[in-house]
Design a binder for this molecule. Structure first.
Ligand SMILES: *Cc1c(COP(=O)(O)O)cnc(C)c1O
Length: 360
């Protein structure tokens, strides 16, 4: 009855709810550090814009997302018809998969990386080539290049990579893209680009301008703190964007989401402040983990990946202490919380690490 490939997939499992954890451990408060949401919230201008706007519940929203399109175009210096908007970057991934993939095609991606590249390829019947990250938790670009064949349609690059937090440099990425055939689309998922502060972080828009097969993907969910509103977008050659537009549901971004995103974009001061606080917490966390000899990948994002085979056990201990984090088979992804929360979390982590260390 169902598509055969679905047998290989499981529905997204959000894990225990905050209320369930509170009840289980008798806690008054649980800090949510499992989804890389912005722990500093969103710009106050967002609430202001929403209360001051005329919201029209009975009309379909502007299907072109015009105000956001114009604002982004001006800010990024990219022409307006180079944008595709989605209900979160999640939907952009769905649209890209639907547009390019079928049973005769494959994708090349890192592993671990953002799971939805994999699941949506599978749903379209495409083969998935998962290339393990190297020992540093970074994309193994040489092996990814070697995996590209005649059936390859898409190559997914997540930079900084979720869940490892690691980064590719401008020169590494450029060298890679120079070797990718022009009829293979390279997706640069930059969900966390605002948090990166390395001088050699890629200028993805410049790379996109030089290579018509490159699409840059971004979202308002992370640094802008609008995860609830579901706004993501792709930037690329209008020829590719036009094909993707055929697949997009016309009224995908609600009016309130469009208003919220424009307001968030206009508050660059708030964004910079969040990025600055994240950098401080990130450095403090790195210093702490290094001193305690806890293994982690260097991160350029608003989360950190602690390497352990006991992630499930450690995550459970952190829950008992009032922190919800995200366990993976090879480690623990922890959203960087506020300084206050991280100062409480880190000793609990060190303790849980100690208790589980003998088993690694
Ligand atoms: C969070 C995330 C997304 C999806 O973001 P939404 O805009 O909230 O759908 C896409 N890619 C990566 C790497 C992410 O971490």
């Amino acid at each position: 009855m169902f598509k055969k490939n679905l047998a290989q997939l499981k529905a997204f499992n959000p894990g225990p709810s905050l209320d369930e954890i509170k009840k289980k451990y008798g806690l008054e408060q649980v800090v949510k550090l499992d989804c890389n949401e912005n722990v500093y919230g969103a710009s106050p201008l967002v609430t202001k814009a929403l209360t001051e706007s005329f919201l029209n519940p009975s009309l379909y929203p502007d299907c072109r997302n015009s105000a956001l399109r114009t604002a982004l175009s001006a800010r990024l210096g990219v022409e307006e018809n180079s944008f595709l908007f989605g209900l979160g970057l999640d939907e952009i991934i769905v649209l890209i998969s639907r547009t390019f993939l079928d049973a005769n095609s494959n994708i090349v991606m890192a592993w671990p990386t953002f799971y939805e590249y994999y699941s949506h390829a599978l749903i379209e019947g495409a083969a998935t080539q998962k290339i393990p990250c190297n020992a540093e938790g970074r994309h193994d670009l040489d092996s990814m290049l070697a995996a590209i064949n005649d059936q390859t349609k898409l190559v997914w690059i997540c930079n900084p990579n979720n869940p490892t937090g690691t980064c590719l440099s401008d020169s590494e990425l450029r060298r890679f893209i120079q070797h990718v055939p022009e009829d293979v689309i390279v997706l640069l998922d930059e969900a966390y680009m605002d948090f990166a502060d390395r001088n050699d972080f890629p200028d993805a828009l410049a790379i996109m301008r030089e290579h018509s097969n490159v699409l840059v993907l971004r979202t308002f969910s992370k640094a802008y703190g609008l995860a609830s509103f579901r706004v993501g977008y792709a930037i690329g050659d209008p020829k590719i964007i036009n094909e993707l537009e055929k697949v997009r549901p016309p009224f995908n971004n609600p009016q309130i989401s469009q208003i919220a995103a424009v307001a968030a974009l206009n508050d660059q001061k708030f964004l910079k402040e969040c990025v600055r606080k994240n950098q401080e917490v990130r450095q403090m966390t790195i210093d702490y983990l290094s001193e305690k000899k806890i293994d982690f990948y260097p991160t350029q994002a608003n989360f950190i990946f602690v390497k352990t085979e006991k992630a499930a056990e450690i995550a459970e201990q952190l829950r008992a202490g009032g922190f919800l984090v995200n366990p993976f088979p090879t480690g623990l992804r922890i959203t960087l919380g506020t300084m206050t929360d991280m100062r409480r979390l880190l000793p609990l982590l060190a303790d849980a690490w100690q208790k589980n260390a003998k088993n690694i």
